[in-house]
Design a protein around this ligand. Structure first.
Ligand code: NAD
Length: 409
């Protein structure tokens, strides 16, 4: 039996960690403490989980509940505070992605892990999606020979994508922007698929859709004069979880969950494009757009023996299809089409598979699904390097972030 304490009790902690531990993994796991900067949210979650102790400080939670493992699900820019303190207190850590948002905090985490002898796992649930896993198997088996190039396009739609402009993610200093907050998943997938490390990044980024692009805007949806007819209007009071965890808790910390997506204080990009150079002279072209009419992604791999295409639709006209296909076209003339059935559950079934690995009995890991701190570091550093490349107009080497050297971040 392992014991877990959670820092950060928002929606992700609620549906991914706290409720599953107490409902589905009681045989192997116990939840012993909850801490959040906003105590109201922690108390709501404690109540839903059958009365877990809530603490006023993280240090008090560590000292009193003595967890084996700390789960960190706070806002991205604060992960390092809890990861480092938990490691130095002798706990292992499960960190939500991104592990952190910049090179300096990343180096501090890696150093604390080394000094403590404890372990950080980063929750890259995307790896566990059966479709993503099948791509890893095919590439590992050499289905297209040695991979040489990846074209990777990711689109967020105006429902999911817009949500990042309503709350804390909208500011670079909180989330590192979507190139860190969101793309850390995508860069991790590519790093894992290729089994090689990224070396250098050149990027462009801009804000062309959200932010101060519309005259009819307010501060937030609640009470907004433009609510009627605004396609981005969000009624927090209509959703029981959003109401209880955010609307009714906002007087405590001022966390507004329905900020206007056209607010002029938004600093993150919505349109991003990168070139990444990998070990072994492999390259990737990557783009992320967060205002697409439908959501999904497409990856085209070229290798020494042929080409492989993968495509996923998570909203829009093709999202109802029961299976996803992977197409292979080989130089030998052979064409193969693999069909991978979709799984139900959060993030294409990947959340359940990740929970099984985190909270269930130990099991083999032949493809290396479990992501360590270096996987967390390498993927966030691609995004952080991209941010710096956009700001400075030059290619950025990943080593600049991993090793530091006086740069200002
Ligand atoms: N792997 C995935 O698919 C996935 C999906 C969603 C979110 N996430 C990650 O989970 C984390 C939480 O996201 P969320 O959507 O639940 O956000 P959220 O805003 O709902 O929750 C974040 C919580 O952190 C708390 N918090 C903020 N600053 C804090 C501080 N300094 N100390 C303690 N608590 C603090 C807030 O009060 C809030 O309750 C983020 O890192 C996010 O990237 C991962």
């Amino acid at each position: 039996m392992k014991t877990y304490a959670i820092a950060g009790t928002g929606v992700r902690a609620r549906y991914m960690f706290a409720k599953p531990i107490v409902q589905d993994w009681r045989e192997t796991s116990a939840l012993v403490g909850l801490y959040d900067a906003n105590r109201i949210r922690a108390e709501r979650l404690a109540e839903e989980c059958g009365g877990i102790p809530v603490y006023d400080s993280f240090a008090e939670m560590l000292a009193d509940s003595k967890p084996d493992v700390v789960i960190v699900a706070t806002t991205d820019s604060t992960h390092h505070l809890y990861i480092i303190d938990a490691l130095l207190a002798g706990c292992d850590v499960i960190s939500e992605k991104p592990m952190t948002i910049d090179g300096e905090k990343c180096r501090a985490i890696l150093e604390a892990e080394r000094a403590s002898g404890r372990k950080v796992i980063v929750t890259f649930n995307a790896r566990y999606n059966p479709y993503v896993t099948r791509i890893k198997e095919l590439l590992t088996e050499g289905a297209i020979g040695e991979p040489t190039h990846v074209l990777f396009e990711w689109n967020l739609d105006t429902s999911h994508g817009a949500d990042y402009y309503r709350r804390w993610h909208r500011r670079m200093e909180n989330s590192g922007g979507l190139l860190v907050h969101k793309s850390t998943h995508h860069f991790d997938m590519v790093n894992w698929w290729l089994g090689q490390d990224p070396l250098e990044v050149y990027a462009y980024g801009d804000r062309l859709f959200y932010g101060a692009t519309r005259e009819e805007r307010g501060e937030r949806c609640q009470g907004c004069a433009h609510a009627v007819g605004c396609e981005f209007y969000l009624d927090l009071s209509a959703d029981p979880v959003l109401r209880a965890y955010y609307l009714e808790a906002e007087h405590r910390d001022g966390y507004i969950r329905d900020g206007c997506v056209f607010d002029e204080s938004i600093t993150i990009y919505d349109t991003m494009s990168l070139n990444v150079r990998y070990e072994g002279r492999k390259t990737m072209n990557y783009s992320l757009v967060s205002y697409s009419p439908f959501e999904g992604w497409r990856a085209v791999f070229h290798g020494t023996k042929g080409r492989m295409t993968a495509e996923v639709f998570t909203s829009g006209p093709r999202s109802d299809e029961p299976e996803q296909t992977i197409e292979l076209h080989l130089h030998s003339g052979e064409t193969l089409v693999e069909r991978v059935p979709k799984r139900s559950g959060g993030h294409g079934g990947s959340d359940l598979l990740l929970q099984r690995r985190l909270f269930g009995p130990a099991m083999p890991d032949p493809l290396g699904h479990e992501a360590d701190s270096m996987a967390g570091a390498l993927s966030l550093c691609v995004g952080a390097a991209a941010n710096r490349s956009i700001a400075e107009g030059r290619p950025i080497r990943i080593r600049e972030l991993l090793e530091g050297g006086g740069e200002s971040e």
